[in-house]
Design a protein around this ligand. Structure first.
Ligand SMILES: [Fe+2]
Ligand SMILES: [Fe+2]
Length: 250
């Protein structure tokens, strides 16, 4: 019977092992290149959609700072709520795209001053679903979260929101956080048709919606940390971080 462990057999084994190693190394290299290309593609996609969100914000007469503030303040509030750090970081990058669907809303509606009629209200409210559709095309965790935020940031704790009419904890926490941050930030911004509300009045208006529009725990956490969050907003306004801080994967 031939000895399977003869030097000749061993050398055949050696060469097939070396071949396997080479193949594995090649596959590893290709996988590395693919995942690098994928992450570059994801960043480019993120950058493009963030710029689209920024354009929608400019059209609605904002300076673009709202987008930066929403990212950083949503991240801070998530951390204050003891949400996992990775989630909070992801939210910083996802939340600024909450209104990207406004890019699909006509100027006549987006810029209208005064009360919407039913048709205009429908067109405006559609931005949540349009945003979710735009963002939901990419299936990475970042874009899944961004689509979730776009879809749910106008839901209300009492079930009276849109587009799904979700109630309470059925609304994803990311949507609940962004709803509160967005409300306070929008009120304290000057608009072409009204001056900015003071922080004190805006906080009172937020408290009035505790348990109605907003998750009571999130309102309580915002209130308990209002000085820190307002100081953060002031720092962002005084020295806006670069747009890239919302795209960077860190
Ligand atoms: Fe919105
Ligand atoms: Fe907003």
């Amino acid at each position: 019977m031939p000895n399977l462990f003869t030097p000749a057999a061993k050398s055949a084994d050696d060469s097939s092992d070396a071949q396997k190693d080479r193949l594995l190394a090649e596959l590893g290299q290709r996988h590395h290149e693919c995942s690098e290309a994928l992450s570059e593609l994801t960043q480019a996609h993120h950058d493009a959609l963030l710029r689209l969100a920024l354009t929608a914000d400019f059209r609605a007469n904002d300076t673009g700072l709202h987008i930066l503030r929403i990212g950083f303040l949503a991240e801070a509030l998530a951390l204050l709520l003891d949400e996992p750090v990775e989630f909070a970081h992801l939210l910083r990058r996802a939340a600024p795209m909450h209104d990207v669907g406004k890019s699909g809303v006509p100027d006549a509606v987006l810029k209208k001053v005064g009360v919407y009629n039913d048709e205009e209200r429908q067109l405006m409210n559609a931005h949540a679903v349009i945003g979710a559709q735009l963002l939901g095309r990419a299936r990475t965790p970042l874009f899944r979260l961004a689509a979730e935020v776009a879809l749910t940031h106008h839901e209300r704790w009492d079930g009276g929101g849109y587009p799904l009419g979700l109630v309470g904890a059925a609304i994803p926490v990311a949507g609940r956080i962004v709803a509160v941050v967005d409300f306070f930030d929008a009120l304290t911004m000057a608009r072409p048709y009204r001056p900015a509300y003071s922080d004190a009045v805006a906080l009172q208006m937020m408290v009035a919606q505790r348990g109605f529009a907003f998750d009571p725990l999130i309102v309580d956490t915002y209130l308990a940390n209002a000085d820190v969050l307002i100081a953060m907003r002031e720092r962002i306004n005084a020295q806006p971080p670069s747009f890239e801080t919302l795209v960077d994967d860190c």
